[in-house]
Write a protein that binds this ligand. Structure first.
Ligand SMILES: C[S@@+](CC[C@H](N)C(=O)[O-])C[C@H]1O[C@@H](n2cnc3c(N)ncnc32)[C@H](O)[C@@H]1O
Length: 141
């Protein structure tokens, strides 16, 4: 597993806005190593980390990040983009959804937005804080 550059940028953005984080309900999707979620939890947010329910080793990495950073209160749930699962239905309303480097495969975009749309129906004022990296650049010469 790897901390993608997008995660560092999003973690810096969270740190910049750290004064508004205490008490906020924050869900990270496609969390992997979970740097942004960990920073948010350290700043006082109530954080839930998630990764694909079909990738148990990724969920284990999320748990390990919590352990290593002494954050036993942070929950980890399996959320596969586009799946309306029991875990998704049971989530409390969220204020901020974190999504670092999840927009890398165009065929996943609709599924990611379906999950975000579902979460925003629970709280229409929820915000999506996302960073992405342009990987395929087409040059017109
Ligand atoms: C490029 S990594 C980014 C990881 C982390 N957010 C970061 O920026 O360091 C993409 C993440 O999305 C997760 N992922 C891939 N497909 C997924 C899916 N269908 N549903 C949920 N998570 C998925 C992967 O397990 C991985 O953790």
């Amino acid at each position: 597993m790897y901390v993608w550059p997008c995660a560092v940028v999003l973690a810096q953005y969270l740190w910049f806005h750290r004064r508004c984080l205490p008490g906020k309900a924050i869900l990270e999707i496609g969390a992997g190593v979970s740097l942004p979620g960990i920073v948010a939890a350290k700043c006082g947010a109530e954080v839930i980390l998630s990764d694909s329910s079909e990738l148990p080793h990724c969920l284990e990495i999320c748990r390990k990040s919590c352990q290593m950073n002494d954050l036993p209160q942070v929950r980890v749930v399996g959320l596969t983009w586009g799946h309306v699962s029991q875990d998704l239905l049971a989530l409390p309303s969220q204020d901020i959804i974190l999504a670092s480097d999840v927009f890398f495969e165009p065929e996943d975009f609709e599924d990611i937005l379906t999950t975000v749309y579902f979460l925003m129906q629970k709280n229409p004022k929820a915000q999506l804080w996302s960073t992405y990296q342009v990987r395929r650049l087409t040059l017109c010469l």
